[in-house]
Design a protein around this ligand. Sequence first.
Ligand SMILES: [Zn+2]
Length: 114
Amino acid sequence: MSVRRHVHHHARIGVSCPHCGSFIRTRSSRSVSPTCRQVNFACSNEECGATYRGYLQLTHIISPPARPNPHVELSVSPPRKQPANDDQPRRHDTPGGPEVPPANDVDAPGAAIG
Ligand SMILES: [Zn+2]
């Protein structure tokens, strides 16, 4: 009897109850913005009975959409510095991403802030 690998469950988010460790399931959710959803969770452990509220937030785009919605403000580049594709020639220490404000490259040691 050969057991084949089961197909993963649909988009089940692996969040556990922080108090009892049981699986918590989504009870309801509502849209907060195009990139954010407020989700109510309930612990599956009846003896626990905890309910939670959290947010499901899209932070950036991994693969850009074919037809972007101009109302959606998502950066294509990840928020943290990470060597992605080497499409662009590497420049002098510039952090990637168009949304990132230019860093001050003031090397003067005595430059005081404010
Ligand atoms: Zn619980």
